[in-house]
Ligand binder design. Structure first.
Ligand code: GH3
Ligand code: MG
Ligand code: MG
Length: 375
C-alpha cells in the first residue's frame, strides 16, 4: 500500500537518485511514464552514458583504422559526455542548463562532422537520428528549434557555394542535394512521434490523477475514504512519533431514523452537510475521512488542538439543525478520541481499536458526547 503511494508522489528527484530509479524497475518505469521532469533527466543521464561508451568505442576504431582527426573528434566528444555525467552527479543541474550545454555540444559536433566528412562521407549520415533524439530530450518546441538549426546548417553547407567551400570531403552532388531532404523527412517523423508520445503521456497522467482521486476519496462527501485515510495514518504510525497526534472517530446518532423518516436521499444530504462542516472545522489541523456509513475519522496533527475541535464539532451538531423536506432536524453526533503524545508508538490497528472503544462508551453513556483517553 505504501509502495503504491510512493509511486504516485512526484516529488523533486535529484540527479543523484537517477541510478536508484534506473535500478528500481517498478518505480523507474512508472515515473518515466508519468513524470516528465524525471523522464527528461533520466534520458539525459542515459544518453550521456551511451554517448560516452559509443565515443570511446569509436575512438578505438578510429585509432586502428588510422583516422586521426576523427579519432580526436570522438575522443573530445566522449570526454565532453563523461564531464556531463560527472556534472549531473555532483551539481544540482537545472534542466535548462543541461539542455543548452548538450544541444551546443551536439550542434558543434554535427557541424564539424558534416564539414570533415571522414570516413568516406560516413560521419554525417548518423546525424539523421538527431531530430528524433532532440525532440524526445528537449520536448516539441526546443527540440524542433535545435533540429531546425541543424537543418539550416546542413542546407548552408550542402546547398550554398559558401558552405560548399568549407567542406573538407568531396561529397557527390547527388548526395548533397538529397541528404538535407532525408534529414527533413526524419525531422518530420520525429515531430509526429513526439506529438503522439506527448499526447499519450498527457492522457495517461490525467487518467492516473483521476484514478488516484477516485480510489482515495469518497464519492458522496468528497472526503478521503478509508483507503486514502489509511495511507495517511499508516505514514504517521510507521515513523517515530516525535510531535504526537490524535485520532477520533465520529458517529451520527440514530442516523437510521433519518433514513427511515426522510428517505435515503435526505440521509445523503445529512452526510454531505456533516462531512463539509467537520472538514471546515478541522481545517489545517488534521485530515478528515468518511470512515464508513455514517462515521467520520479524523487524524489530528496536534493532540492539544484535538479536544477543542472535537468539542466544537459536537456542539455544532447539537446547536444547529439541518433542514430536510422543509423541516428542521436535530442530528447529534458522538465521538471517541485517542490522544497519542509525543514519543509514543503504537500500531494503527491498536489506535483504531482504542478510539473505537471510546466511541462505544460515548454511545453507551447516552450519545451526543465525546469520550477521550490518552496513551
Ligand atoms: P447509533 O446512534 O447507535 O450509531 O445508531 P445509528 O442508527 O446511527 O446506527 P446504525 O448502525 O443502526 O445505522 C447506520 C445507518 O447508516 C444504516 C445505514 O442505512 C445508514 N447509511 C450508511 N451509509 C449510508 C449512506 O451512504 N447514505 C445513507 N443515506 N445512509 C447510509
Ligand atoms: Mg455507525
Ligand atoms: Mg450512528
Amino acid at each position: 500500500m505504501d509502495n503504491r503511494q510512493e509511486t504516485l508522489n512526484t516529488e523533486h528527484v535529484q540527479w543523484k537518485n537517477m541510478a536508484s530509479i534506473l535500478l528500481s524497475r517498478k518505480l523507474g518505469y512508472q515515473r518515466l511514464l508519468t513524470d516528465d521532469t524525471i523522464r527528461i533527466r533520466l534520458q539525459f543521464f542515459c544518453i550521456y552514458i551511451i554517448f560516452s561508451f559509443v565515443s570511446a568505442g569509436m575512438t578505438v576504431v578510429n585509432i586502428f583504422t588510422g583516422f586521426r582527426l576523427l579519432m580526436y573528434s570522438t575522443l573530445i566528444f566522449g570526454i565532453a559526455n563523461i564531464i556531463n555525467v560527472v556534472l549531473c552527479l555532483i551539481c544540482e543541474f537545472t534542466e535548462k542548463l543541461t539542455r543548452y550545454l548538450f544541444s551546443t555540444e551536439i550542434v558543434l559536433m554535427f557541424t564539424w562532422f558534416a564539414i570533415m566528412g571522414e570516413p568516406e562521407g560516413f560521419s554525417v549520415i548518423w546525424v539523421v537520428l538527431l531530430p528524433t533524439c532532440g525532440l524526445l530530450l528537449y520536448r516539441l518546441k526546443y527540440g524542433a528549434l535545435v533540429s531546425m538549426i541543424q537543418c539550416l546548417i546542413l542546407i548552408f553547407l550542402f546547398w550554398t557555394p559558401w558552405g560548399r567551400a568549407l567542406l573538407q570531403y568531396p561529397y557527390t552532388a547527388s548526395f548533397m542535394l538529397r541528404f538535407p531532404m532525408l534529414y527533413l523527412a526524419f525531422f518530420s517523423l520525429g515531430v509526429f512521434f513526439e506529438f503522439v508520445r506527448h499526447t499519450t503521456q498527457t492522457e495517461l497522467v490525467t487518467a492516473r490523477k483521476e484514478f488516484e482521486y477516485l480510489y482515495n476519496h469518497d464519492a458522496l462527501t468528497g472526503l478521503y475514504n478509508r483507503y486514502g485515510f489509511n495511507l495517511n495514518i499508516n505514514a504517521l504510525t510507521g515513523k517515530e512519533n516525535t510531535d504526537g497526534f490524535a485520532f477520533a472517530i465520529f458517529d451520527l446518532d440514530h442516523f437510521k431514523n433519518i433514513n427511515d423518516t426522510y428517505g435515503h436521499m435526505n440521509g445523503d444530504v445529512v452526510l454531505k452537510t456533516v462531512g463539509t462542516g467537520v472538514s471546515r472545522m478541522v481545517g489545517e489541523n488534521g485530515i478528515v475521512s468518511r470512515w464508513g456509513g455514517e462515521e467520520f475519522a479524523i487524524l489530528f496533527h496536534d493532540p492539544d488542538q484535538a479536544i477543542r475541535i472535537c468539542q466544537d464539532i459536537i456542539r455544532w451538531r447539537r446547536e444547529s439543525d439541518i433542514k430536510l423536506d422543509g423541516q428542521s432536524c436535530s442530528i447529534t453526533i458522538s465521538a471517541g478520541l485517542l490522544l497519542v503524545p509525543a514519543g509514543k508508538q503504537l500500531a494503527t490497528s491498536e489506535i483504531i481499536t482504542m478510539a473505537d472503544a471510546n466511541l462505544y462508551d460515548a454511545k453507551e453513556s447516552g450519545r451526543n458526547r465525546m469520550i477521550v483517553s490518552s496513551l
